[in-house]
Design a protein around this ligand. Structure first.
Ligand code: OGA
Ligand code: NI
Length: 359
């Protein structure tokens, strides 16, 4: 008799969420003479809210200093202020060997260069969100993002569905595996120091980043209408923490800050870390899961790899208060319930986080 494997993620994460199939954007962008306003209609956003675009620099946090007793206190104070004030930071001296970073960057670039029919061997299957395709397409008339993605679950290892792991280029599987385990170590350090800065017992956070999924993003250039489309609609991440690797040095990511958008300058040596929704809830709002979006370059493609670290699917998420007087601002929710809400279209125009807030 078949029994369900005991799941540490669990495999529930791989089953939550679905997306409708839409056109491949890389192929669409390549047929330059056919790019009429009509075929771009679903990508053009008349209501694109540009507000003000300001300059500013996401703070840099040095992992080596956090790990050194002499500098820990000072760097932890900077970490705390980055999480409170920005929700994002550039993690420098993260310790991942250059070669491992170079390998994954090279192989992902190679993968997206493959002919469409080869990439489509790994196309999302109906009802699934892993594989090559798009995400969060929930209705036939919604605006679409100017990007393709390739998504897989990587941790814990038993959550892997190898039928989605490309065998071209040949080294890609190994590059992902190596990068994945290095990132687990970095995520462990990041979460441990975040727990310290919040005065939360690290044990309470132990099950909050056991899962890891990759989303490799490919943003084709859009010569005619770069200003009118978006590579990634404004959103906050449904993760505990996200670690993003900028694959090539093209700008595009913008962070919502004080009602303006701040472009993030690609940092060649850093991983960009951001607070996700689950951490905002657990920190009782002290650390913010900040909205961000991706704009498109007229002439250059952009590639990035997001690694979402997320809680045990069968667990719960609840705010931790530090003093008896501190008001509880978020509900205690099942992780599964939050995940389903995040992936669904039942948001009534609200953000998922608003559903978790106590009135
Ligand atoms: C994401 C994301 C930004 C980027 O994958 O959630 O926000 O720069 N990506 O690709
Ligand atoms: Ni994001």
């Amino acid at each position: 008799m078949e029994t369900e494997a005991p799941s540490r993620t669990g495999n529930g994460w791989t089953r939550v969420g679905k997306t409708l199939p839409v056109r491949n954007v890389q192929a669409l962008a390549a047929c330059t003479d056919e790019l009429t306003a009509e075929c771009l209609e679903r990508y053009i956003r008349p209501d694109r809210d540009d507000g003000e675009v300001l300059s500013g620099e996401v703070p840099a946090i040095d992992l080596r200093r956090l790990l050194s007793p002499d500098h820990l206190e000072e760097e932890a104070a900077r970490l705390r202020s980055a999480c409170e004030d920005w929700g994002f930071f550039q993690l420098v001296n993260h310790g991942i060997p250059d070669e491992i970073i170079a390998n994954i960057k090279r192989d992902i670039q190679e993968f997206f260069k493959l002919p469409l029919e080869v990439k489509n061997v790994y196309a999302q299957r109906p009802g699934d969100i892993q594989g090559y395709g798009q995400a969060f397409v929930l209705s036939e008339d919604q605006k679409l993002d100017w990007s393709d993605l390739f998504a897989i679950y990587a941790q814990p290892p038993e959550a892997r569905d190898l039928s989605y792991w490309p065998t071209h280029p040949q080294t890609l599987r190994k590059s992902i595996e190596d990068y994945s385990s290095e990132l687990m170590q970095v995520a462990h350090y990041v979460v441990t120091f975040i727990a310290k800065t919040l005065h939360i017992d690290t044990e309470l956070m132990a099950d909050k980043y056991v899962g890891q999924a990759f989303r490799m993003n490919y943003y084709p250039p859009c010569m005619s209408m770069a200003e009118k489309v978006l590579g990634f609609s404004p959103h906050s991440d449904g993760s505990f923490v996200t670690l993003l690797l900028q694959v090539n040095p093209v700008e595009g990511l913008q962070i919502r800050r004080h009602d303006a958008w701040i472009p993030v300058k690609p940092h060649p040596k850093a991983l960009l870390v951001n607070v996700g929704d689950f951490l905002e809830i657990m920190s009782n709002g002290a650390y913010k899961s900040v909205e961000h979006r991706v704009t498109i370059n007229a002439n250059q493609e952009r590639l990035s790899i997001s690694a979402f670290h997320f809680p045990l699917f069968d667990g719960t998420i609840s705010p931790v208060t530090r003093t008896p007087e501190e008001k509880v601002l978020y509900k205690t929710m099942k992780v599964k319930e939050y995940a389903e809400l995040y992936m669904s279209n039942k948001l009534d125009g609200k953000r998922t986080l608003d559903h978790a807030k106590l009135l």
